[in-house]
Design a protein around this ligand. Structure first.
Ligand code: GLN
Length: 435
């Protein structure tokens, strides 16, 4: 194990992907030694795992890819990190991401963009871009977080598997929050079985997250003929649709395929961004340069100090979202934007529930395009629109997987598989059979 882990670090140090922000080399090599002496036990004993840099790791720098937290070393482990350690996993480092998980390409990282393993000129997706890219050959497993597609997007762009679990299945204790009501930590891997194993380890009861459902997960593959719905409102460009339709033909050989329409989905994207930005504006108020994070030497007046810390510590995209979120929550506009978005959220949830009355699973392309060129999308609105197929699952809280479904001009594209609450077993069984 020692030699393998040492070789992994050599690879990472030589790599052009920029998938990692901080390496845990010394500690990881120590663990590998323990494994070789037969002292490391558990379901993940000796397996390298990369952890997204918004998940707290005791004694290991956790930056959220922001200047604001560039020197922050958490005094505690997130629940999922405790679980990894209990099961003998070797945490090799913290992965690069969009600043505070706000983005779809990892271009907003203070530590530079992550490059796509299939084409270094292209993005790896985001916001868990480092966790997606590192699975190419720099880690075996990775943890990401998904507020509106941040696990599934890089999984699609990097040709790997990524699952956003049911809201409440995995404890968010120790996840630095962006939009609490939408996000989940989830597994990323190179095959269904690895993905399921990592989910088994991180899922389960934790009283420190009040939204935790207290439910365990155990993968028991079932061999069933499912009723699979194709969501009419979730589309992609022509090249991606061609691959998708080929996959649908394969699915049809084993399962019953029907078309379903979820009419509320046309409002899902704006509703997601209103809710996400509103929650973000409130969550990010804690970065005041006093308690932790970026600070200035001289304290002028309190308000000037506060403004300066935040002006210097946050990047452009984060500031844009804090401003828009604050606006959406302000007294005169609360009813006009935030409350309306919450209503749409209910409609989306109800539409999914109606669909799951007669479908076991729903499928769609994960992303509307394959990975695009770094710097190609400059306009924020065009960028937000890339999330159109991924955000509905977060609004509804249902589990959603992205798995590789083929290639478009040498670039991987993902198939999204959604199930009803806590039906990860169905999703993974379906994926295992299709793999
Ligand atoms: N791209 C989406 C956003 O920027 C998703 C982010 C995420 O899931 N963390 O909000």
């Amino acid at each position: 194990c020692y030699d393998l882990i040492a070789e992994l670090f050599e690879r990472i140090e030589r790599s052009k992907l920029n998938a990692f922000i901080t390496l845990n080399k010394e500690e990881a090599l120590k663990k590998a030694e323990e494994f070789d002496k037969g002292k490391l036990k558990g379901k993940l004993a000796g397996i390298p795992v990369a952890v997204k840099d918004n998940i707290s790791t005791k004694g290991l720098r956790t930056t959220c890819a922001s200047k604001m937290l560039a020197n922050y070393v958490p005094p505690f482990d997130a629940h999922v990190v405790e679980r990894l350690k209990q099961e003998g996993a070797i945490i090799i480092g913290k992965t690069n991401m969009d600043e505070f998980a706000m983005g779809t390409t990892t271009e907003t990282s203070y530590f530079g963009v992550v490059r796509n393993p299939y084409d270094l000129e292209r993005v790896a997706g985001g916001s868990s871009g480092g966790s997606g890219a590192c699975l190419h050959n720099e880690s075996v497993l990775a943890l990401g977080s998904d507020t509106g597609g941040s696990i599934r997007c890089p999984a699609s762009f990097c040709g790997v598997y990524g699952l956003k679990p049911t809201y409440g299945l995995v404890s968010r204790y120790g996840l630095i929050p962006y939009a609490n009501s939408l996000e989940q930590i989830g597994p990323m891997a190179n095959c269904v079985e690895d993905l399921a194993l990592l989910l088994e380890v991180i899922a389960g009861k934790d009283e420190r997250d009040s939204t935790n459902a207290g439910v365990d997960f155990k993968f028991e593959p079932e061999d069933k003929r499912y009723r699979v719905g194709i969501i009419k409102e979730m589309s992609a460009n022509d090249d991606v649709m061609k691959v998708f339709e080929e996959v649908v033909d394969i699915v049809r050989e084993r399962h019953e395929v029907v078309e379903v329409s979820l009419s509320s989905l046309k409002y899902a994207l704006p509703a997601y961004y209103i809710i996400a930005m509103s929650e973000a504006s409130s969550n990010l108020a804690r970065y005041d340069g006093v308690r932790y994070g970026y600070a200035l030497e001289k304290l002028d007046t309190w308000t000037r100090y506060f403004a300066k810390v935040r002006a210097e510590g946050f990047g452009e995209e984060v500031k844009r979202r804090i401003m828009l979120g604050t606006y959406a929550l302000s007294a005169g506009y609360y009813g006009r934007y935030y409350l309306k978005a919450l209503r749409v959220r209910t409609l989306v949830r109800n539409d999914f529930q109606r669909a799951f009355k007669h479908c076991d699973l729903l499928i769609a392309p994960t992303m509307p395009t394959p990975a695009f060129k770094i710097g190609e999308i400059q306009d924020p609105l065009t960028m937000y629109k890339m999330d159109v197929n991924t955000v509905p699952a977060n609004l509804a809280g249902i589990p959603a997987l992205s798995m590789p479904m083929g290639f478009v001009k040498g670039l991987p594209v993902g198939l999204q598989v959604m199930g009803n609450y806590f039906e990860e077993n169905k999703i993974l069984s379906f994926a295992l059979e299709l793999e």
